[in-house]
Design a protein around this ligand. Structure first.
Ligand SMILES: Cc1cc2nc3c(=O)[nH]c(=O)nc-3n(C[C@H](O)[C@H](O)[C@H](O)COP(=O)(O)O)c2cc1C
Length: 223
């Protein structure tokens, strides 16, 4: 079982958010998973150009380090997304990765995968950062096992509590993957979203040729 964690703070080893990620991955390893961190702040990932080549042919037209990251995410059973709070949103580095991954949403590429989200903030807004990352996982067809955060304003005690929670989440993510855990509310939302989005895929059949083929193969759309 493979768990990939995406980190996105520009602070590298000095990142506070990395401490939550390390705790979650330690929990995942204790539960038997293999883990890897991909730091998008240290990768060359260009902005999305909105060309919709990915909807058309299933691949991004740009040649940078995105393709390698995508391959690892597709091969993972569980994905941890993390970001510090940057003005009530994720860092530009993570947003760029998520934008480049719009086809994860169009083709529901997190179908059958589980996610955990982690953030730290100075004084608040952590729920907004988690909401962005949770939305990406859910809209891509994945299931969110849980989230953890830590506010600097809470002091070392808050950090300890955040680390403890992240560690437990890492372990629980592995359990969720093993038992193929159901989350009825999230699954109902997937079903509803697919019902609506199938119309867009149908109307854009020619421009989104790869998406259309994928939906037909998955049985989400009748040819
Ligand atoms: C550009 C920038 C924007 C920030 N915006 C917020 C914010 O809106 N709210 C907040 O509570 N903290 C904010 N912070 C503080 C960081 O979220 C906080 O220090 C976080 O723990 C840093 O995580 P890191 O060490 O993993 O990079 C901001 C920090 C920076 C550098």
């Amino acid at each position: 079982m493979k768990i990939i964690a995406i980190t996105s703070s520009p602070k590298g080893k000095n990142s506070l958010t990395l401490r939550l990620v390390n705790a979650a991955l330690e929990g995942a390893r204790e539960a038997g998973a293999e883990t890897e961190i991909i730091d998008v702040a240290r990768k060359k990932v260009n902005y999305c150009k909105g060309c919709v080549n990915c909807y058309k042919v299933g691949e991004c037209a740009q040649k940078d380090e995105y393709a390698g990251i995508k391959e690892k995410l597709l091969a993972a059973d569980g994905i941890i997304l993390s970001s510090p709070n940057y003005i009530d949103g994720v860092t530009a580095q993570l947003k760029t990765l998520l934008d480049r991954s719009a086809n994860f949403i169009h083709e529901q590429l997190m179908d059958g995968k589980y996610g955990v989200t982690l953030t730290t903030a100075g004084g608040g807004g952590d729920e907004k950062v988690l909401a962005v990352m949770n939305a990406f996982i859910n809209k891509s067809g994945g299931l969110v096992v849980g989230s953890a955060s830590f506010l600097a304003a809470q002091g070392p005690q808050g950090m300890d509590a955040g680390i403890k929670k992240a560690h437990a989440l890492g372990m629980d993510m592995v359990a969720a993957i093993k038992e193929k855990r159901h989350y009825p509310e999230q699954e109902a939302a997937h079903k509803e979203w697919r019902k609506n989005f199938s119309q867009s895929v149908k109307y854009n059949k020619e421009n989104w040729a790869h998406n259309y083929q994928h939906w037909v193969e998955k049985g989400w759309l009748k040819a």
